[in-house]
Design a protein around this ligand. Structure first.
Ligand SMILES: Nc1ncnc2c1ncn2[C@@H]1O[C@H](COP(=O)(O)OP(=O)(O)OP(=O)(O)O)[C@@H](O)[C@H]1O
Ligand SMILES: [Mg+2]
Length: 501
């Protein structure tokens, strides 16, 4: 089967999101779709899935034109989508989630969950998607939740599967398993469209690669005919330095010190189990670890969003263990949160409002009780330019920005004032290579200007490249302190899995 997008054009106010795009997906093939932040990838896929209507152009299935007025039509035509932000109901079981909306019924119209469970099991064995049909979503790791999303799509008999940045939330181990799964789907004759910002992955998994830039297809190639550098240049239109450029750290006084910290999660389960470390001014400390080993709660505690069960935290020698978020913030701590839509931005606020979200009450934005919007807008305009946030205006809501551009707004805001300590979770998640180069540069600059930096990331390549000192977190504890220059990725991977090299 063949799915063809022909001359697709889509405009939003002030933005040409897709500019006469031609793209073909075929059965038995993995098409990698690359493009800088805001290039129009998600928009194009939303058109394919019937969520948006194109202003111009056609969708052809085996040469026949189709019109989708909603996802229902696209699903009926065999198109399935695994969104970047999963859409599962946390308190439902795997099977309940899979059948949601298409519940199988008996002749008498009674829902037949037993039959559904059998079918879920059948799909999961056929495609190597191991899951327990009766497990409750909130109790299973992200990698397995993704399998549920895939089963859901296969349950609706999809022949064309679209994955929008599926590996952004996976651990290196899960990525390998995921690749095994999509190769299996391809070999079973499915057509796969795979969106990613990771050039290494695109080269490893795709049969064909298409690159979008500013709404247009700027090139198509095959992994054998290209390199990471060439793809990067095709994406952003200039050569990109893929290696972090930094000198030796000159660590000074301790800015952050935590001692014997115990922190519980929302379900009162102790996920940080006796953590002690410090971060000095002028150094970058990385915390590597597989998601779910206490990093989330550790960062929430460090930024005042969660109280510890016991232990202490000091900023420049002062005890701040019980300080509120605003107090921590006003002591010069910047925070790039791991979930940008939940705790980084107010999605229906404008870019300007988001840019001053945590400083609006102080000078120069506040004069007594009057808010100086001109000052806020001037600062926003300059930050949007520096951080290359792609937007038609600073007065549109954050929700209209592409995923990567939302992330840039947060990073720009957090770097817009003088800080002593930067606590960054997954700072470059979802960013294109050009933006990663820029933000890594800003992080190193902040270090060299004397800030202490704590980077918490599941992205091993990123923490290895940025850190001057590397801590590995496993099961709520720091299990290793390493010099990134002296260890291999494989060894760090072993510590991350709770083993020793
Ligand atoms: N609902 C919307 N309203 C207005 N503008 C939008 C809307 N959705 C997307 N846009 C704009 O369309 C352009 C393309 O966005 P899109 O989300 O398709 O980019 P993307 O390639 O997926 O980027 P990323 O890699 O950051 O996810 C951007 O300029 C974005 O701001
Ligand atoms: Mg996108």
């Amino acid at each position: 089967m063949e799915l063809q997008l022909r001359g697709i054009t889509k405009r939003f106010p002030g933005v040409l999101a897709n500019d006469s795009v031609d793209l073909t997906a075929r059965s038995g093939e993995i098409l990698g779709l690359l493009g800088e932040n805001g290039a129009g990838k998600t928009t194009l896929m939303n058109i394919l899935y019937g969520l948006y209507t194109a202003d111009e152009g056609q969708i052809l299935l085996d040469g026949e034109e189709r019109h989708f007025s909603g996802p229902g039509d696209a699903i009926a035509a065999g198109i399935g989508m695994v969104h970047q932000h999963f859409m599962l109901v946390p308190v439902f079981t795997v099977t309940e989630n899979v059948v949601l909306g298409v519940e199988p019924t008996t002749l008498a119209g009674i829902m037949n969950m037993k039959e559904a469970g059998r079918e879920v099991r059948e799909i999961s064995t056929r495609y190597g998607l191991e899951v327990d049909p009766d497990a409750v979503i909130e109790n299973i790791p992200v990698g397995i939740q993704q399998r549920v999303e895939i089963i859901k799509v296969l349950f609706r008999e999809a022949e064309f599967l679209v994955f929008d940045e599926p590996t952004a939330v996976l651990t290196p181990q899960e990525v390998e398993e995921f690749f095994g799964i999509i190769r299996g789907l391809r070999d079973a004759g499915k057509a796969i469209i795979f969106i990613t910002h990771k050039l290494k992955e695109v080269l490893e998994i795709s049969d064909r690669v298409a690159v979008l830039r500013r709404g247009k297809v700027v090139g198509e190639t095959a992994p054998a005919d290209t390199t990471q550098e060439a793809l990067a240049e095709m994406m952003v239109g200039r050569p990109v330095d893929l290696v972090v450029d930094k000198g030796v750290a000159a660590a000074k006084d301790v800015v952050l010190k935590v001692e014997d910290l115990y922190v519980a999660d929302d379900r009162e389960h102790m996920t940080v189990n006796g953590v002690s470390f410090d971060v000095r001014a002028g150094e970058i400390v990385g915390v590597a670890g597989v998601q779910g080993n206490g990093q989330t709660e550790l960062v929430e505690m460090l930024t005042g969003m969660r109280l510890p069960a016991s232990g202490t935290m000091e900023l420049s020698g002062e005890d701040v263990t019980h300080e509120h978020p605003r107090g921590i913030h006003s002591r010069g701590v910047a925070h790039i949160p791991e979930d940008r839509q939940r705790s980084g931005l107010v999605m229906n606020f404008t870019i300007t409002e988001n840019m001053v979200l945590d400083t609006y009450y102080s000078a120069p934005y506040s004069r007594g009780i009057i808010m100086d919007w001109d000052a806020a807008e001037a600062a926003t305009t300059s930050l949007v330019e520096q951080f290359d946030v792609r937007t038609p205006s600073i007065s549109i809501p954050a929700s209209n920005l592409s995923g990567g551009n939302q992330q840039k707004v947060i990073v720009a805001r957090e770097f817009s004032r003088e800080v002593k300590l930067v606590v960054a979770s997954q700072p470059t998640r979802g960013l294109d290579v050009g933006s990663i180069e820029y933000i890594h540069g800003r992080i190193v600059q902040a270090r060299d200007d004397g800030a202490g930096i704590l980077i918490v990331s599941t992205e091993l390549d990123e923490v290895m490249a940025l850190s001057d000192r590397l801590l590995v977190m496993f099961d709520g504890k720091i299990v290793a302190e390493l010099d990134p220059k002296e260890v291999t990725n494989a060894d760090v991977g072993l510590y991350m899995a709770g083993a020793t090299p």
